[in-house]
Design a protein around this ligand. Sequence first.
Ligand code: HEC
Ligand code: HEC
Length: 186
Amino acid sequence: MKKTLLAMTLVLGSLGTVHWATADEGEREHGLLSLLGYGQDVDPVANATYKEECGSCHFAYQPGLLPERSWQGIMTGLKDHFGDNAELEQPVRDQISQYLVANAADHSATGRSPGIAKALTTEGAPLRITETAYFRRKHHEVPERMVKENPQVKSFSQCQTCHTKAESGSFDEHQVEIPGFGGRHH
Ligand code: HEC
Ligand code: HEC
């Protein structure tokens, strides 16, 4: 009973905001499932050191968003990390590397991770999530003016600015609210 009430409150609460997606019957059902926690796309970050060290400049990307070889490439190139120096002391770096590799897309059974790993088999070891074909396919309808030209977003790398549940590992399109835009505009 309590659970039902909570679900109702969540659904009613969500009606007040404009979401990216239009809510026809089928989609709303999917949205409800997500609100109830069935929409896990990737496992949430579960390592405090990683969150602290790799979440200070940007969103702490979940390891299940990239395959092992990508994380290894990122972790061995931290001195020149997209123009920044993100080098760490070796014990800390090793600890983070182990966490990322153990939970990488190709070692996770959660949500989208297996699909991401499969989609990237022909893409070498991309260092950016945002440059993979998988990511581009999901975002090709989102125009520049909502991203680069949007002072509240600036870059696709800032997942959490649009995906309101990004930190919990949910990237469902129904939980997208683009700052300054809100609903579907295209
Ligand atoms: C000193 C700041 C800083 C720290 C610390 C840092 N990064 Fe980054 N990272 C950046 C910048 C800058 C970018 C490029 C962002 C952009 O293009 O908007 C980036 C991008 C990334 C991307 C690619 C995002 C995309 O576009 O798909 C990944 C993955 C990443 N970082 C992982 C890590 C990991 C893992 C750590 C911890 C070992 C880390 N970062 C620590 C500054 C940092
Ligand atoms: C400018 C806002 C914005 C940013 C930043 C952004 N996304 Fe998205 N994302 C969207 C929108 C809008 C959709 C739905 C697109 C559609 O359905 O046409 C989406 C869809 C997705 C989907 C598919 C969801 C579904 O229900 O099919 C995934 C997965 C995803 N994004 C992951 C990410 C990740 C990971 C990042 C950061 C590296 C990110 N996104 C950054 C706006 C954004």
